[in-house]
Write a protein that binds this ligand. Structure first.
Ligand code: ADP
Ligand code: MG
Length: 327
């Protein structure tokens, strides 16, 4: 079975950033309000995620590393209504088959913490007592140490780290209610407490997307027909030379979608006659029954039940907000 894990790992674990993404999702699913990410050498040497979530008890600890072990769905009917980020039970099994992984955890009901360790696919998991506050720490060392072909595909440390940072930026933008910190080679990159107020949220955005963005953005918040769109859109006074700053979340998940992109661009052109790429951090909220975000778990696709309605709502919301501040 561990060979199957190693093969599956090719799909789940492409690079260190995918490890960080999966482990942070697990921490979020566990209800953490604080997630610390520590990375060494672009994640190739070490990825460590520490959370203060609900933890894993001793009995479930080894099980958590086996394939299709998920605590998040009980039967197939749950698939329809799943709200957790992970539910396939593949991430830990896959990651542990291509790294040296340890999982240390304590549940609130227990005085003691436990650790399970595994190295690659040829070894059984070792369970031992450990010291740890309530919550979980996962350490992933020497990613792809036993799959040299894949290790060779890792890019420069800086490149791999940039992917990690971008991924975590998206997660931090999607969960203002959770504190995040990131360190690379012991150096703190950011550290953010949960952001409850709009001021805190804008401070987080400033630190993740730059102060110039938030200083040149207008906040919008519009609600109609069971849809809500809120967030920040940049005015033409904001110009960005580097990569696009375009974040669109649907029910807290970052997505890339042609229909959404079209609605945003059209509103910009209509109001501002601006052909530059718009910059934005936007959140669309709607009844989960009206959107399918699980089209593909690692791609960022969505399918709206009523695409026309969503398109027009986004267009109108942005149009109104931008028209008010037209220079
Ligand atoms: P999935 O997230 O799809 O269920 P994973 O392989 O990512 O599968 O995780 C397997 C199981 O391990 C989860 O269902 C969960 O019960 C447990 N788990 C993993 N990470 C954590 C964590 N940080 N805190 C609490 N439980 C966790
Ligand atoms: Mg998971």
């Amino acid at each position: 079975p561990r060979l199957a894990n190693q093969i599956a790992a090719g799909e789940v674990v492409e690079r260190p950033a995918s490890v960080v993404k999966e482990l942070v999702e697990n921490a979020l699913d566990a209800g953490a309000s604080r997630i610390e990410v520590d990375v060494e050498q672009g994640g190739a040497k070490l990825v460590r995620i520490r959370d203060n979530g609900g933890g894993i008890d001793e009995a479930d600890l080894s099980l958590a590393l086996s394939r299709h072990a998920t605590s998040k769905i009980q039967d197939l009917d749950d698939l329809e209504s799943v709200s957790s980020l992970g539910f396939r039970g593949e991430a830990l099994a896959s990651i542990s088959s291509v790294s040296r992984l340890s999982l240390t955890s304590r549940v609130p009901e227990s005085e003691a913490a436990w650790r399970v360790e595994v190295e690659g696919r040829d070894m059984d998991a070792r369970l031992s007592p450990a010291a740890h506050p309530v919550g979980t720490t996962v350490e992933v060392r020497d990613l792809f140490f036993n799959t040299p072909a894949r290790r060779k595909f890792l890019r420069a440390e800086k490149t791999e780290f940039n992917h990690i940072e971008e991924g975590l930026r998206r997660q931090a933008l999607s969960r203002f209610d959770v504190g995040f910190s990131l360190r690379h080679n012991q150096k703190p990159l950011f550290s953010q407490r949960p952001a409850d107020s709009q001021v805190d949220q804008e401070r987080r955005i400033a630190s993740l997307c730059g102060t110039r963005f938030i200083e040149n953005a207008v906040m919008i918040d519009n609600e109609a027909s069971g849809l809500r769109l809120w967030g920040w859109v940049a005015l033409p006074t904001f110009s960005r030379s580097q990569a696009d700053l375009q974040y669109f979340f649907v029910n807290r998940r970052v997505i890339r979608d042609r229909l959404v992109a079209h609605a945003v661009r059209q509103a910009y052109r209509d109001v501002l006659y601006n052909n530059r790429h718009p910059a934005f951090v936007l959140y669309l909220e709607l009844d989960p029954a009206n959107v399918d975000v699980n089209v593909h778990p690692t791609k960022h696709e969505v399918r709206f039940r009523d695409g026309r309605l969503v398109h027009d709502f986004i267009f109108r919301s942005l149009h109104r907000a931008l028209a008010q501040v037209r220079p």
